[in-house]
Design a protein around this ligand. Structure first.
Ligand code: ADP
Ligand code: ZN
Length: 762
């Protein structure tokens, strides 16, 4: 790429060299890391800037590509003309071009694929300007006036409902007509009638007008920092004065006030005219944190994946044109077109959700450090359980570590009690999901009017359906995965391809036996708890019960207000929640993760127990955690119970070091998948052998594990094989992948997917 080409190009043009032929470097959204050259016709010469999209001939088609550079050096091939330019301003700036180029090289994907992923679909689709209708009441009415109007509408129930919704708002703000009609369950005609009667006003607005920064309400004051927070804040401010700010790992236990520190750091940067990108693991699960950011600052943009088209577009433009100070969002917000970025925060930096699981398979944590380097910004990684990667960077002296070791307000971390479920089985004869200890503490907490959180990392009723007679286990027809029984929906479901079917009456294999449901998921716990504690309302939160948009917020609000006494859920409830009245957390099974064939399973188990345990003891009533496990002596569980992160990290690193697993070594995984089992295996073998040849020459610097069938051997009717490349540094892996890159192209219906720094091993 010809860097600095925006200025050099105008220079070339103005210095009487406009006759000189310029070429555009163009990349496409294909899994091929190659740049194509096109002539820039003279009439387009001044209009084209790298970062714009162009229409070009490709083979015998006309397709869209991204211009990533402009050069005057001919490629040596015969080049065709660009047909047209699609944008009036670049969708990606210089930094984003550098980042996407890096992604394509590091993660072995096309540069165009990276560009495609970085620019939101809505921006690529150039939405037309849309008008929205807004509704407000026609004037400020007193309570009695409102009453009178509502009385007069007693018979017109839909009209009454609309008015009621409008009257019940805090101030006389406008509501989007669509939203209002949805809530009132009425049609536009109802609004028109009310308009004719002068009871409401309808107004049309374009999205741009709609999106003007809201009238500034006065932001809430900062809290006075605790001693520990203040010390960390001083260190951050000191770093800000240094020429290169680098990465800070903020290791603070749950409830130690990390969020307050983020907020004050954002404010500090704003004083200097610098802006912040704030990444959270998942938007819908972090409403409490987002709420706190929004009440502290004006001009906050929250990027949801379900934002409405035109609104999303205008928000993107607001960010690009400098009307936004803080961008909050999940992983892909690391690409937000924010200018003048001074700070990038990753809350819960250890979370897997920062890694994208389809191409480009980037990790937002790594992109954050890269972007910060390019833009001279600071990265703040916050967590109670640092990823071992970040921990190791601190050990090596690459990151600065700051510690918050105490909870705010002298609150204590809750005591954690491990219940040995084998012992429990022996004692109670037969298997019980809720141990006596857990039941005892539940009774205590509930009788004291307190709240309880129960955690189980498995949804549905039962994860196995088997025949009582022949033992056959029902599996998905398309995947090599046992079916889960979902009782409320009365279906069987495959958690991989999401196919659903009616539960069988009898065994589909021997046709004679009846089926039995084994194991347990959240639905079964719900049943069991409801039987044991019929007088208390239970809120179940998992991806079955929380299907509709906004249901999380509603559910959590209800729990906060005490409408439910027991909250039961999957990892959906593990993070960020802060409810002082929760005095007991029960982890129904700490083993669900531990047994997965993945070198990170121990780390995940530790993180999960620590996170879930952190949901309690947040008020003055204290708290307690019960962890149920069949491996009560496992170090991941015992260290988590002792709140001993350092102990855990040291032990875990001891295991990984001789095996050269991350963070010591680097990994890449290749997944082969195809409809034909034979072809899939063959391709895996061919590439495996080629890589092993390369490994032989590497003087043990590169190791190839596999190829072998993947732990899940079939998904969606495609067979799966995989292999791992392991090396001391990334370059070795990169070079080896380069050597076989031609072989990785799809053949005989088998695809090879490269995953650099993989997080999924199934
Ligand atoms: P973390 O993000 O580390 O889990 P939080 O930032 O959520 O911790 O802080 C825990 C609680 O303590 C929150 O209710 C927060 O409002 C409160 N808090 C944080 N810092 C202060 C402070 N300096 N003074 C008073 N309360 C604080
Ligand atoms: Zn399936």
């Amino acid at each position: 790429m010809n860097s600095g080409n925006q200025t050099s190009k105008s220079h070339i043009l103005s210095s009487n060299m406009s006759t000189r032929q310029l070429f555009a470097e163009v990349v496409f959204n294909i899994p091929l890391n190659k740049i194509f050259h096109y002539n820039i016709p003279h009439n387009l010469g001044e209009l084209l800037i790298p970062g714009m999209r162009v229409k070009v001939p490709f083979g015998n088609k006309i397709i869209t590509g991204f211009c990533v550079g402009i050069t005057d050096k001919p490629s040596g091939y015969k080049t065709k003309d660009i047909i047209g330019i699609l944008d009036i301003f670049p969708l990606a700036d210089e930094t984003m071009l550098r980042i996407t180029k890096w992604i394509s090289s590091y993660y072995c994907c096309g540069w165009g694929e990276a560009m495609h992923a970085v620019i939101p679909p809505i921006v690529r689709n150039n939405p037309k300007e849309k008008k929205y209708t807004f509704v407000k009441t026609s004037g400020c009415l007193s309570v009695s006036e409102k009453e009178t109007i509502l009385q007069s509408k007693k018979r017109a129930t839909k009209q009454a409902k609309v008015l009621e919704l409008l009257f019940n708002q805090e101030s006389n703000t406008e509501i989007n007509a669509k939203e209002l009609m949805r809530r009132a369950g009425c049609a536009m005609s109802v609004l028109r009638r009310l308009e004719q009667e002068n009871l409401i006003l309808l107004k049309e607005k374009s999205v741009d007008a709609l999106n003007m920064p809201e009238e500034c309400s006065k932001p809430r004051q900062h809290l006075t920092l605790s001693g520990e927070q203040q010390a960390a804040f001083e260190a951050i401010k000191q770093k800000l004065t240094e020429p290169v700010q680098g990465v800070i790992l903020l290791h603070g236990i749950t409830g130690s006030g990390k969020t307050e520190l983020y907020l004050q750091t954002i404010a500090k940067l704003l004083e200097q005219g610098k802006k912040t990108i704030f990444l959270v693991p998942e938007i819908s699960l972090t409403s409490q944190t987002i709420g706190r950011i929004k009440e502290r600052f004006n001009n906050v943009a929250v990027l949801h994946s379900h934002l409405q088209g035109a609104f999303h577009y205008s928000q993107w433009k607001d960010i690009k044109e400098g009307r936004v100070d803080v961008v909050v969002g999940a992983r892909s917000s690391i690409f937000a077109p924010l200018k003048n970025v001074g700070l990038i925060i990753l809350d819960e930096e250890h979370e897997n959700t920062y890694k994208q699981e389809n191409s480009p398979r980037y990790n937002a944590r790594d992109i954050a450090t890269l972007r910060a380097k390019y833009e001279n910004a600071m990265v703040l990684l916050g967590t109670a359980t640092p990823s071992l990667e970040s921990y190791y960077e601190v050990e090596k002296g690459n990151y600065t570590k700051l510690v918050l070791s105490k909870r705010i307000g002298a609150l204590q971390l809750p005591p954690v009690e491990i219940v040995d479920m084998l012992e429990e089985v022996r004692k109670k004869r037969g298997y019980h999901i809720v141990s006596q200890r857990l039941e005892y503490y539940m009774k205590q907490a509930l009788s004291r009017n307190e709240q309880v959180i129960l955690f189980l990392n498995r949804r549905g009723f039962a994860p196995y359906i088997h025949c009582k007679r022949c033992g056959f286990v029902l599996k998905c027809r398309r995947c090599d995965i046992p079916l889960t029984f979902h009782k409320n929906l009365n279906i069987t479901m495959c958690h991989y391809c999401h196919s659903e079917a009616l539960p069988p009456e009898s065994c589909p294999d021997c046709l004679a036996g009846s089926v039995n449901y084994r194991g347990f998921g959240t639905e079964k716990i719900e049943d069991e708890i409801a039987k044991k504690f019929p007088e208390y309302k239970i809120l179940r939160m998992d991806s079955d019960s929380m299907r509709s948009h906004g249901s999380h917020e509603k559910a959590l609000k209800a729990f906060e207000q005490g409408e439910f006494r027991i909250l039961l859920g999957t990892q959906m409830i593990a993070k960020g929640l802060d409810f002082p009245n929760v005095t007991l957390v029960g982890i129904i099974s700490a083993d669900t993760m531990l047994n997965l064939p993945d070198f990170r399973s121990g780390e995940r188990t530790f993180q999960l127990i620590s996170q879930v345990a952190g949901r309690t003891g947040r008020g003055h009533r204290g708290g307690r955690v019960i962890v149920q496990s069949f491996n009560p002596k496992h170090y991941c569980i015992t260290y988590a119970a002792a709140h001993d992160y350092e102990g855990f990290a040291k032990k875990e690193l001891e295991y990984r070091k001789p095996l050269n697993y991350p963070p010591f070594g680097k990994l890449a995984r290749i997944i082969f998948r195809g409809v034909s089992e034979k072809n899939t295996e063959e391709k895996a073998m061919v590439i495996g052998n080629a890589l092993k040849e390369i490994a032989k020459e590497s003087d043990k610097q590169l190791e190839i594990l596999g190829p072998s069938p993947a732990p899940v051997t079939r998904i969606n009717n495609q067979f799966r094989w995989h292999l791992l490349l392991k090396a001391k540094d990334h370059q070795r892996i990169h070079d080896a992948l380069q050597c076989v890159s031609d072989m990785l192209k799809p053949t005989k219906g088998v695809q090879s997917l490269v995953d650099v720094d993989p997080y999924m091993m199934l």
